[in-house]
Design a protein around this ligand. Structure first.
Ligand SMILES: Nc1nc2c(c(=O)[nH]1)N[C@H]1C(S)=C(S)[C@@H](COP(=O)(O)O)O[C@H]1N2
Ligand SMILES: [Mo]
Length: 317
C-alpha cells in the first residue's frame, strides 16, 4: 500500500506556510551571535544545557502541513495553560522550577511487562521526528506548533497491552512544592487524561519531547507531553509520569472538576457550542485574527472513522 492519496488537509505546498520559517529565524539568531551582537542568545551554551541536543534538528515529516503560520515561540511560551503552575496564561517563569531530570515514566496496568522507563531510555527507543500541528484550546484560541517527538502508537507497541486493555490513562507529576497550583485543593490533582486505544494508535496521536527545534520548554509540558490535534487542548496532557492501560474509561481531571462542561471525547466541532460559549470561530494567537473553526480541527479525514457508530453520543463535548 504505497499509494499516496492527498487528504484535504494536505494542502498544496505552494499554499502552505513556509515551513522552514522558524529555522530561518533560528539561523538569524545564530547569525546575530556570530556578529557578536550583545542581544544574541549564546546558542552553543543553550545546546549544552539541552539534554536532547543531539536529536536536533530531527527529521522533518512533511506529511503534516499547516494552513497557517507557525506561532512564534516567544508568543507561544507566554500564553500557556498549565494549571499546576497557576491559572494565568503566563506560567513560564513558575514552570522553570520543574526538574525534568531524572524523570521516569511508569507503564503499568494491563500490559505484558509493567515497567519504569527513564525518559532518556524511552526517547532512545523511539523514532523521533518533527511535525507541524494545529492546536485548539476549548477556550477558542488556537496556535500552530512545530513538535518533535514520536507516534503514541510506538509507545503502545512497546507496552504490549493485553486484549482486555481498552484505554490509556495518562497522569501528570504531582509535587506541590514545585507546582504551587497543586496547593489549590479544590482541583482534583493529579491532572489525568484518557484516550481509547484506537485513538492512541491513530497516526496523528503524538508524544512530544521537543518543540521549536529543541527540548520542550517546561511551560510546554517537559519532558514529555501528548499532542492530539483533533481534540480540544486539554486532552494533550503535559509532563507525564504514568501511562496505565485499563479496561474502563478513565475519568479526566476536567471531567471530575466540571463534568457538565468538559467531556471525555472533546473532539473539535464548530457546530457544537460549549455550554457557555460558541465554538464557531477561533483566535489565532499572535496573528491578531479570528478564523472559522474546522471539524476535528481540520483533521477529519484522519480521525472521523474512529467515531463511526457513536452517533448520538457526546463526542464533541
Ligand atoms: N498537566 C497539564 N496538562 C495540560 C494542562 C494543564 O493545566 N496541566 N492544560 C491543557 C490545556 S487546557 C491546553 S490548551 C494545553 C496547552 O498547551 P500549551 O501550553 O503547549 O499551549 O495543555 C493541556 N495540558
Ligand atoms: Mo485548553
Amino acid at each position: 500500500m504505497l499509494i499516496r492519496v492527498r487528504r484535504s488537509w494536505e494542502i498544496p505546498e505552494s499554499t502552505a506556510t513556509p515551513e522552514r520559517r522558524f529555522f530561518d529565524r533560528r539561523s538569524v539568531i545564530k547569525g546575530a551571535a556570530a556578529a557578536g551582537a550583545a542581544l544574541a542568545l549564546p546558542s552553543a551554551a543553550l545546546a549544552a544545557d539541552d539534554p536532547l541536543a543531539a536529536l536536533f534538528p530531527a527529521r522533518h515529516n512533511d506529511v503534516f502541513k499547516l494552513d497557517r503560520a507557525v506561532t512564534p515561540e516567544s508568543v507561544n511560551s507566554d500564553y500557556n495553560n498549565f494549571y499546576e503552575f497557576g491559572s494565568s496564561k503566563q506560567i513560564g517563569a513558575a514552570a522553570k522550577s520543574l526538574k525534568t531530570r531524572p524523570w521516569s515514566v511508569k507503564i503499568d496496568g494491563l500490559v505484558a511487562a509493567p515497567r519504569d522507563i527513564a525518559i532518556d531510555d524511552l526517547i532512545k527507543a523511539m523514532p523521533i521526528e518533527e511535525r507541524l500541528y494545529r492546536h485548539r484550546c476549548v477556550e477558542t484560541w488556537a496556535m500552530a506548533i512545530p513538535w518533535t517527538g514520536f507516534p503514541l502508537s510506538e509507545l503502545v507497541k512497546l507496552a504490549d497491552p493485553k486484549p482486555e486493555a481498552k484505554y490509556l490513562r495518562l497522569e501528570t507529576f504531582q509535587d506541590a512544592k514545585t507546582a504551587p497550583g497543586q496547593k489549590q485543593f479544590w482541583y482534583p490533582w493529579p491532572y489525568v487524561e484518557g484516550v481509547r486505544i484506537d485513538e492512541a494508535m491513530n497516526e496523528l496521536a503524538f508524544m512530544a519531547i521537543g518543540a521549536y527545534g529543541k527540548s520542550l520548554a517546561n511551560c510546554f509540558g517537559a519532558p514529555i507531553r501528548l499532542a492530539m490535534p483533533w481534540k480540544y487542548g486539554f486532552k494533550s496532557i503535559k509532563s507525564i509520569v504514568r501511562i496505565s492501560f485499563v479496561s474502563e474509561q478513565p475519568v479526566s481531571f476536567w471531567q471530575k472538576l466540571q463534568g457538565g462542561e468538559y467531556g471525555f471525547w472533546a473532539n473539535v466541532n464548530p457546530d457544537v457550542p460549549h455550554p457557555r460559549w460558541s465554538q464557531a470561530t477561533e483566535e489565532l494567537i499572535g496573528a491578531g485574527k479570528r478564523v472559522p473553526t474546522q471539524l476535528y480541527n481540520g483533521y477529519a479525514e484522519q480521525v472521523a472513522g474512529l467515531y463511526k457508530g457513536m452517533e448520538g453520543r457526546k463526542i464533541f463535548f
